[in-house]
Design a protein around this ligand. Structure first.
Ligand code: C6P
Length: 415
């Protein structure tokens, strides 16, 4: 049998890809599952599931501590994933890669360490209207504690950042900008490189929420010149409960630790404790070892194809679905930015999004409905929520046809 090394490129065929994802081959409510909720979490290929099982069956041990074979093996594999994340983000060093539970924990970490240490009353933190709650609430908590002001970059009706307004709200008082790379509710790709450069000109530090971008774009933290960048493994075909925060070495070194405990210390006495080196200073306690190791299997899985081929395929799905939805009477696509990833949100006159979601589920189709953890965005758009279909590399035009047919049936029942 031919063995596939992680770096060999294989021709991209979505039907062959589907065979790698066991979960896709089932009936839901008596219909073949159509999984269009990939922005919430992507499904996992067999190799990721097997990596997790393999870890627990053959090498489960605590890391960085044990003197025995299993501990050494688990430590090596855990640290190999850190190197894989470094390559994925093109960071300069593995010291700049901190494992977190995901983007949410990464934002909280930065707000509670860098933010607490460096921001004070009179300073301003800048975020945008289209942020996920996880990039709003941690900053609100910090602002309340420190007397810092939260400022908002507005968006256009199409769901793009108003860059002229950004230029005005960015001032010498702006000490931190925290911005989403790709909107989960709209699909908009934001010009983060431009935003980072402008923020740096006024001396502000920038965090980029890469939750949706990581799987579709190829974020290069050095090319972007991001100070911080975070993603969650479960959206890049990896496991839940693990993700990573990139931070420039000079910030991470100067920041205080986030959590105290084992692993993050150099020496503990009752009078004084000194902290471990990077990246361990930010990884207190026994980490999520198995899921971290399985994340590398997700990167190896994706490395089988040229990234641009997958991006072009997903763009084709987006365009195909957009065309089909645009022809439905009374349907409005929410988020029509020029640069989008494969996410379509929409509202329909006379049909509530939660009813649409339930009826589509009856047809075996999984979409997300509601505010998508972006309530301020929904308020700005004057809606309570949307129906959102989001596509991944294993989705097909045939599935979109099934979805559109089911949507017609659904709307007939509701209107
Ligand atoms: N969005 C969605 O259905 P966590 O939960 O930490 O892995 O990621 C949070 C998060 C942060 N930023 C953006 C842009 C996101 O899309 C998400 C997660 C999911 O849209 C679940 S709410």
């Amino acid at each position: 049998m031919e063995t596939l090394s992680p770096t060999s490129i294989r021709p991209f065929d979505p039907l062959v890809v589907r065979a790698d994802f066991p979960i896709l081959h089932q009936q839901v409510n008596g219909k073949p599952l159509v999984y269009f909720d990939n922005a919430a979490t992507a499904q996992k290929p067999k190799s990721v599931i097997q990596a997790l099982t393999h870890y627990y069956e053959t090498e489960n041990a605590n890391i960085h501590r044990g003197a025995h074979y299993l501990a050494a093996k688990a430590t090596q594999d855990y640290e190999d994933t850190r190197e894989a994340v470094r390559q994925f983000l093109n960071a300069a060093s593995t010291d700049e890669i901190i494992f977190t539970r995901g983007v949410t924990e990464a934002v909280n970490l930065v707000a509670q360490t860098y933010g607490r240490q460096n921001l004070q009353a009179g300073d301003e933190v800048l975020i945008s209207t289209m942020e996920h709650h996880s990039n709003i609430v941690p900053w609100q908590m910090l602002c309340e504690e420190k007397g810092v002001t939260l400022r908002i970059i507005p968006i256009t009706d199409q769901g793009e950042l108003e860059m002229d307004a950004f230029a005005k709200v960015l001032t010498e008082r702006t000490k931190f900008v925290s911005i989403v790379h790709v909107s989960n509710a709209l699909g908009t790709i934001n010009p983060v490189k431009e935003i980072i450069a402008a923020a740096h000109r006024v001396g502000a530090v920038v965090f980029v929420d890469g939750a949706q971008a990581a799987v579709h774009l190829s974020p290069d933290v050095q090319a972007l010149d991001a100070d911080f960048y975070a993603f969650s493994a479960h959206k890049v075909y990896g496991p839940t409960g693990i993700g990573a925060l990139y931070g420039k070495r000079r910030w991470l070194e100067a920041m205080p630790p986030y959590h105290g405990g084992g692993e993050m210390i150099k020496e503990v006495t009752f009078t004084k404790t000194t902290y471990n080196e990077l990246p361990f200073k930010f990884e207190a306690g026994t980490p999520n070892i198995g899921d971290t190791i399985a994340l590398k299997a997700a990167f190896d899985y994706l490395a089988q194809w040229d990234k641009q081929t997958i991006a072009a395929y997903e763009t084709d799905l987006l365009q195909y679905a957009t065309q089909a939805l645009e022809s439905i009477d009374g349907l409005q696509i929410i988020g029509t930015a020029k640069h989008k990833i494969s996410v379509i949100s929409f509202v329909v006159d006379g049909a509530h999004h939660s009813d649409i979601g339930t009826l589509l589920d009856n047809e075996g189709i999984a979409v997300r409905t509601g505010h998508h953890c972006t309530q301020p965005l929904m308020q700005r758009l004057g809606i309570s929520g949307t129906t959102r279909a989001s596509f991944a590399l294993y989705n097909t035009r045939d599935e979109i046809d099934t979805f559109v047919k089911a949507l017609h049936k659904t709307l007939k029942m509701l209107r």
